[in-house]
Design a protein around this ligand. Structure first.
Ligand SMILES: Cc1cc2nc3c(=O)[nH]c(=O)nc-3n(C[C@H](O)[C@H](O)[C@H](O)COP(=O)(O)OP(=O)(O)OC[C@H]3O[C@@H](n4cnc5c(N)ncnc54)[C@H](O)[C@@H]3O)c2cc1C
Length: 384
């Protein structure tokens, strides 16, 4: 079905992004998956093509477009299965914190370089002992003169090996009650003394993503690296940015579903059993008819949310619904598409195997799907 949210300019931009993704990203995905990280050169190329700051302010080198441009980048990167390339984490999740809460000095120093792809961003919230319960983070940032001294460890941090600047969630007041009032966001450059990269973690999927441990061992950064006017605003800042973070996942999820479905349609038309293409079995037809229906429904919902997000509406409840629903669909869809591939579906030469593995994490990160339902229930007035 024709999508109605995009203008002619958006369509032209998509053509540009698709050509770039097919020419410069897709051929490298296998190598990145093998190496467990993407190369830095691609970030520079993304920057040169204007794909890292499409939605960022012009004064810092962005294109000043609406969020639909970023959504196009997310969709086209997902279409070529470059799930290890955390460009949307960088542009749509990390950059907005600096643009919204950063001082003029912070913005001037970091945003233009990030948009050019010279400075790779990450966000370090999760710790070995806590993920969903962010208020329980143990990492501390103690003020010492005109510096913060940070101690603690972080877990599962995307861009952990290649990142240059991390937004670190730390307690500036570990005694605050309630605990979330003691949380602050602090910018930590990877060159800071006491910043230590840990292992690049071995994972089920997202093989090209350098998801890592990070350690802060008396890590010293200037006190001016605090994000926001005062300490203790971190939790509120995180909550304010979650709508976009979850929308990013839903957009990528539906785009990935389209690709898995497309490839499966082709496979079932080519593969024969009992003298005919397996596409001719009613089971194959019904399965794919059902999945195609759900993808259309999911796309319609996501497009409605994209339009609302661009308008600036509060759609936290609906975005939480989309995040859990689209990612559960993606997991189910990749499982059923894999089944339709038979034994070949289990072989890594067939992209559906990677799709299946990559889908698994979608319901876990960016707020687990259970946390999405907690939020929805609370916003429905169910208490707790
Ligand atoms: C590939 C990958 C990349 C990641 N990238 C980043 C990153 O860049 N930065 C970052 O900070 N983190 C990142 N994460 C971490 C991710 O956000 C967390 O894994 C996620 O938030 C869940 O936290 P947890 O793993 O501690 O699970 P837990 O919080 O321990 O949860 C375990 C289970 O309990 C459930 N649960 C928890 N609380 C409740 C509740 N109140 N009600 C019902 N069920 C509940 C959860 O839904 C889950 O099923 C990444 C993770 C992965 C796997």
């Amino acid at each position: 079905m024709r999508r109605e949210i995009f203008s002619e300019e958006h369509d032209l931009f998509r053509d540009q992004v698709r050509r770039f993704a097919e020419r410069e990203i897709e051929p490298r995905v296998a190598e990145w998956n093998e190496r467990g990280r993407v190369d830095r050169a691609i970030w520079r190329r993304l920057g040169e093509e204007g794909l890292l700051g499409a939605n960022q302010p012009v004064e810092y080198g962005g294109a000043g477009g609406d969020f639909l441009y970023d959504a196009i980048v997310i969709e086209e990167v997902a279409r070529v299965r470059a799930h290890g390339l955390a460009a949307s984490l960088h542009s749509d999740i990390c950059l907005p914190y600096i643009v919204s809460y950063g001082s003029e000095e912070q913005k001037g120093s970091y945003v233009p370089r990030a948009i050019r792809g010279e400075l790779i961003l990450g966000i370090a919230m999760t710790e070995p002992g806590t993920g969903s319960d962010l208020a329980a983070v143990q990492t501390t940032a103690r003020r010492d003169g005109d510096q913060y001294v940070i101690n603690g460890s972080k877990m599962f941090i995307s861009n952990g090996q290649i990142g240059d600047l991390f937004i670190v969630v730390a307690k500036t007041d570990p005694t605050a009650n309630p605990p979330h009032r003691g949380i602050s966001l602090i910018l930590v450059e990877a060159t800071s003394p006491g910043f230590v990269r840990g292992r690049n973690l071995r994972k089920l999927g997202l093989k090209g993503q350098d998801t890592s441990e990070l350690f802060f061992e008396d890590c010293r950064v200037p006190a001016a690296n605090l994000l926001g006017a005062q300490e203790g605003l971190g939790f509120k800042q995180l909550m304010q940015k979650l709508q976009q973070e979850r929308l990013v996942v839903a957009v990528g999820s539906i785009a990935s579903c389209h690709r898995s479905l497309e490839d499966t349609m082709r496979y079932v038309s080519e593969r024969h059993a009992f003298g005919k293409p397996i596409a001719h079995f009613q089971n194959t037809q019904f399965k794919l008819a059902e999945l195609a229906t759900e993808v259309e429904i999911g796309q319609a919902f996501v497009d409605k949310l994209l339009a609302a997000h661009v308008r600036g509406d509060d759609v936290v409840t609906e975005v939480s619904m989309a995040k859990w629903w689209t990612t559960e669909l993606q997991k189910r869809l990749t499982g059923q598409c894999l089944q339709l591939h038979g034994g070949y579906g289990f072989m890594m030469e067939y992209p559906i195997a990677g799709d299946y593995a990559d889908a698994a994490v979608q319901s876990i990160y960016a707020g687990s799907n259970e946390i999405m339902k907690v939020i929805i229930a609370r916003r429905l007035g169910l208490g707790g």
